[in-house]
Ligand binder design. Structure first.
Ligand SMILES: Cc1cc2nc3c(=O)[nH]c(=O)nc-3n(C[C@H](O)[C@H](O)[C@H](O)COP(=O)(O)OP(=O)(O)OC[C@H]3O[C@@H](n4cnc5c(N)ncnc54)[C@H](O)[C@@H]3O)c2cc1C
Ligand code: FES
Length: 372
């Protein structure tokens, strides 16, 4: 791969892994009013390997039900001795409220091994400029990538444009200030607030083309070839940034994004797709090959392949259950599978027959999926 970076996996190696671990909470840090960092010790059985930009799947029993959610690691494997995730409360959210309300230092949390393709390989001879757009909790993978890039690639630089509601909601503000001061000229952090206080010297309001042009004047211009654009944040912000970058003639292949939540903007279209999938379908048998076992079961038209497998007690890998994280990815060796959501897979993955079982429906009786 030319840049080998932030592409939804073009590589053949599996991104799924069902190895469960129990991590001990070492510390809980209140970052802002509604966000905490959970600092975990590595397991005593050995260090958990991960790449900057990957996420952990936290598993907990909430209201008597097993709940799994993905949380990007904000620690860097090169800089931090512990594993750290940051959780921001979501209104009425199950896991994001359960974790801060129930977890205490010393407790154990079940997790899946780190996964995800929003990553890059580091090399001391690389010279690149990463321009990162983050919104709210979308800072987490950027924090890890920034720390790893700055420490592993002496000639690379990072510019972070970080959008938040107001000054009190800026997560990791002090840590970002520290990195900017310690690596002056190599780390540029620009804050953009929806609601700025009276004495605010920075930017405020919705990112516009004019604002972006001004922001870009404040950071080095290394030219398109050496620059990569990354984004992670609320869907509205990412759509806006994508549109603005297109308006500034930045080619799509230079832009990489990580989504935390499945789209709401295209929700109607997705519901239509789902309805069409369901109405045009009947129950079909599916064969899953996973971990040396073969499972056969019938999937009803209104159920996904993963839902049906879990109902039958088959322990397949999964995390977000929304077609975003690729934890449930498998390759269809035969048959037709329709996906409600294709966001998580790259075009080449789709062409190679990869599917996501959490949003997948069999459309024929000869579907065989190999996972792992
Ligand atoms: C790859 C990946 C990495 C992630 N990394 C992080 C991270 O580092 N930090 C973090 O705090 N979260 C992260 N998330 C989001 C996280 O997995 C959960 O979705 C989030 O904590 C909400 O879970 P919940 O159980 O509280 O809400 P749910 O009970 O699942 O949802 C409640 C309602 O909130 C909406 N909702 C769900 N998530 C969000 C959201 N993020 N913003 C706004 N509305 C939402 C849902 O549509 C639903 O209507 C990540 C998600 C993915 C896929
Ligand atoms: S479980 Fe995340 S994409 Fe299927």
């Amino acid at each position: 791969m030319a840049f080998g970076l932030f592409k939804k996996s073009e590589k053949k190696e599996s991104t799924t892994n069902t190895h469960y671990h129990e991590l001990t909470v070492k510390q809980i840090i209140q970052e802002t009013k509604d966000s905490i960092s959970l600092v975990f010790e590595h397991p005593s059985s050995g260090k958990l390997n991960y790449k900057s930009g990957q996420f952990l799947t936290l598993i907990a029993t909430v209201q008597g039900k097993e709940v799994r959610r993905s949380y990007s690691l904000c620690s860097s494997p090169y800089v931090d001795s512990d594993l750290v995730v940051m959780v921001k409360r979501v209104d009425n959210g199950m896991m994001s409220n359960w974790l801060p309300d129930h977890l205490k230092p010393g407790q154990k949390v079940k997790v899946l091994e780190p996964m995800g393709n929003f990553t890059t390989e580091y090399a001391a001879d690389k010279k690149r400029h990463l321009i990162m757009f983050a919104g709210g909790s979308g800072i987490t993978p950027m924090m890890s990538i920034l720390k790893s890039t700055v420490t592993q690639e002496p000639d690379s630089i990072c510019s972070l444009i970080y959008c938040n509601r107001d000054i009190d909601n800026i997560i990791f503000k002090n840590e970002l200030d520290k990195w900017q001061t310690q690596h002056e000229g190599r780390v540029h952090v620009i804050h953009v607030l929806d609601n700025a206080p009276m004495n605010w010297q920075g930017y405020s309001g919705l990112l516009s083309k004019e604002m972006l042009e001004k922001l870009f004047e404040r950071i080095p211009n290394w030219g398109l070839e050496k620059t990569t654009y990354l984004m992670c944040g609320p869907e509205g912000m990412m759509k806006n940034v994508e549109t603005l970058l297109t308006a500034l003639s930045i080619p799509k292949e230079k832009v990489f994004k990580e989504s935390f939540v499945s789209g709401t903007i295209d929700k109607e279209k997705k519901e239509e797709t789902k309805a069409a999938t369901v109405s045009g379908n009947t129950a079909h048998e599916v064969t899953i090959r996973y971990d040396g076992q073969e499972y056969k079961f019938v999937v009803e038209p209104n159920r996904t392949i993963l839902e049906t497998a879990l109902d039958q007690g088959i322990d397949l890998p999964y995390s977000c259950q929304s077609g975003l994280c690729t934890a449930c990815r498998g390759r269809a060796l035969s048959g037709q599978v329709k996906l409600d959501e294709e966001e998580g897979l790259s075009q080449s993955e789709r062409a190679e027959g990869y599917v996501l079982t959490c949003v997948g429906h069999p459309m024929s009786d000869d579907v065989v999926i190999e996972i792992g």
